[in-house]
Design a protein around this ligand. Structure first.
Ligand code: GDP
Length: 367
């Protein structure tokens, strides 16, 4: 059987041999009208991230293709995991093409936060990270916030050219593209796929009204996101579904917060003060004395402190300590993919712990 099947979600060529490889789908699924690879299936139906073997070389090849185009690049980031979903180095590859930066999942931010403030914050962060986008927008692909504006701005900035949409996995790229498709309903049947030169991947092409296309590139996996270190059930706990409620803790020196068993923050020095936690509402935050923290973690990881669950402890990486002195007020300590803790006042000494391989960093407060 030499017939080729294409995943309706991401456009990859379907294969039925290697369950761990790109484009795997069980052979039974080939009979279906719309064939979807297992990774897309899981993302759509279970909100699960599946790590496929997209190599760094594939990623570089995709980026190199972008530089050769004359296009508008739309870069999507997850506003809840801004730093973790950032594609570092993109600006070095896009050549002279303009980049429109879109922050997705705005529905997760507390409603009291003004969009204009978040957009200004994104502009500053982008600049710090070496990117000068032509514009910055905030949207919720799922809730449909500002979709019309997104469409208008894309059309304005593309200026008669093709559009390439890039973003790492799980930022909501497919959700946004499906939204765009719904807004322009009649194009739905004309979607084509073509091979990304130099990679194992295909791209999805959506025709635009002037003969140009909007091209969906494969999602890149950022390995330092916590999502890759937890089980699928746990991922549901840490991935917020709705507006995040800030949780405020009045801490004394020498107190510790545990975020499930996934991360820890020791508040060492700086007087009594409040810390504001922005994490998924379903994740338990546990406070204890610093002197008891090590023993608590040792004895209760997997039960009181979970995720991870008991049966996942064997593969769960050890926590690595990162020391910080907070020199400026309104600083966020970001636990990549898990959320962040805002320190309102300068002068705190803290230690943040995350699983080995997961990033933790400081930034100017988002909220
Ligand atoms: P992709 O891997 O970038 O294509 O991401 P998907 O479109 O598959 O979305 C990844 C996950 O994020 C799914 O669970 C979506 O339901 C969720 N998601 C997508 N857009 C939004 C959004 O605007 N808000 C929220 N809260 N979740 C979203």
């Amino acid at each position: 059987n030499t017939e080729e099947y294409i995943c309706y979600g991401c456009g990859v060529t379907i294969q039925t041999e290697d369950p761990k490889g790109v484009g795997y789908a069980p052979s039974s699924s080939l009979a279906k009208e719309e064939i979807i690879c297992q990774r897309c299936f899981r993302l759509r139906h279970y909100n699960e991230v599946q790590d496929v073997s997209l190599t760094d070389q594939d990623f570089l090849n995709i980026l190199n293709q972008l530089a050769k185009t004359d296009s508008l690049i739309v870069k999507i980031v997850d506003i809840f995991d801004f730093n973790g979903s950032w594609l570092p180095g993109l600006h070095r590859f896009v050549g002279k093409n303009p980049i429109l930066l879109i922050g997705n999942k705005a529905d997760l931010l507390p409603k009291s936060v003004k969009s204009s403030k978040v957009i200004q914050w994104m502009k500053n962060e982008a600049k710090q990270l070496g990117l000068r986008p032509i514009d910055v927008l905030l949207t919720s692909a799922q809730k449909g916030f500002h979709i019309q504006e997104v469409l208008e701005k894309i059309d304005h900035y593309r200026d008669g050219k093709d559009v390439y949409v890039v973003g790492c996995t799980n930022v909501g790229k497919s959700t946004l593209i499906n939204r765009i498709l719904h807004e322009a309903a009649e194009v739905e049947n004309l979607i084509t796929t073509s091979h990304f030169p130099g990679t194992t991947l295909d791209m999805i092409k959506i025709p635009l009204n002037d003969g140009r296309s909007l091209i969906d590139t494969p999602g890149i996996i950022n390995h330092h996101q916590i999502a890759h270190y937890v089980g699928k059930k746990d991922l549901k706990i840490i991935t917020p579904k709705k507006e995040i409620k800030s949780r405020v803790f009045q801490l004394n020196e020498q107190q510790t917060l545990f975020f499930g068993g996934l991360a820890r923050l020791d508040y060492e020095k700086g007087g009594r003060r409040s810390l504001v936690c922005y994490m998924g509402n379903e994740l338990d935050i546990h406070r204890t004395k610093l002197e008891n923290a090590d023993a608590l973690y040792k004895n209760h990881l997997g039960d009181m402190l979970q995720p991870p669950r008991k049966d996942e402890l064997e593969t769960f990486p050890e926590l690595i300590r990162h020391d910080f002195t907070i020199r400026e007020g309104k600083t966020d300590i970001v636990f990549s993919g898990l959320g962040w803790v805002t320190i309102p006042e300068a002068g705190a000494k803290v230690a943040a712990y995350v699983p080995k391989g997961v990033h933790v960093l400081l930034r100017k407060s988002l909220i």
